[in-house]
Design a protein around this ligand. Structure first.
Ligand code: PGA
Length: 255
């Protein structure tokens, strides 16, 4: 099964509109009028979406994402942003269930599931994040945690199907720490996640679904990780803040 890799920049709470413009000026000459053997996605903060869609809206090789969205369409939900609004900014993907949102903002599997279902209803493509903490891994709970995150987080999608949902396996201990899972550790977890998808959605869906790796991906480790059979791209934080290192990951990861 040939799955097109997907490389997504998760800028987190970095880059307002002017820094977004600076990034775009550095990045665009390398991606404009070019075709890539992968999907390239950028997830700026909400306030930089207008600038990002102005800069990248006409660039067919780059798609936009957001880092969160509401499970509702509109109404009295102070501080929230709905998927309906995001569609006006040419947003195609939405990162949901990132470990920082789980850990810092208390997002539960059920809550993330409501957002996943809403995103699919609106034809936004979830980048659905899962991953274990170091304590869970060392306590032998890796499979139990991934199983719960997948079964609850993707519950109810069976009828409509996974569609263009992307899964991001991000071991929490590797995020922003400089510690990367070894290619063997990552491959093992990805193969397990694919087997969970096969149980829940069938073998065909499992063969098609793209599973990204995230956690301290850099130009120097991208090739080794992407060579693993079940790793289909990367979700990148720190190393995607500079055009040259994001490009380096894309180039090395698709070479
Ligand atoms: P990192 O972040 O690349 O800085 O480790 C990845 C992520 O949180 O998605």
């Amino acid at each position: 099964m040939n799955r097109k890799p997907i490389f997504a920049a998760n800028w987190k709470m970095n880059k307002g509109p002017s820094e977004t413009e600076d990034f775009a000026k550095g990045f665009l000459p390398n991606v404009e009028h070019k075709t890539f053997p992968c999907d390239i996605v950028i997830a700026p903060p909400f306030v930089s979406l207008a600038k990002a869609s102005e800069m990248f809206g006409n660039v067919s090789s780059v798609a936009l994402a957001v880092q969160n969205c509401s499970q509702f369409d509109a109404g009295a939900y102070t501080g929230e942003i709905s998927g309906l609004m995001l569609k006006e900014f040419f947003v195609h993907y939405v990162i949901l269930g990132h470990s920082e949102r789980r850990a810092i903002y208390g997002e539960t599997d059920e809550f993330i599931n409501a957002k996943v279902l809403k995103a699919r209803e609106l034809n936004l493509r979830p980048i659905f994040c899962i991953g274990e903490t170091l304590e869970e891994r060392e306590g032998g709970k890796l499979e139990e945690v991934l199983r719960r995150q997948v079964s609850v987080g993707l519950a109810g999608l069976e009828e409509k199907g996974l569609g263009d949902t992307v899964i991001a396996y991000e071991p929490v201990w590797a995020i922003g720490t400089g510690v990367t899972a070894s290619a063997a550790q990552a491959q093992e977890a990805h193969a397990f996640v694919r087997s969970l998808i096969a149980e829940q959605f069938g073998a065909d869906a499992a063969a098609k679904v793209r599973i990204q790796y995230g956690g301290s991906v850099k130009p120097g480790n991208a090739a080794e990780l992407m060579a693993c059979p079940d790793i289909d791209g990367a979700l990148i934080g720190g190393a995607a803040l500079e055009p040259s290192s994001f490009l380096g990951i894309i180039e090395n990861g698709t070479a």
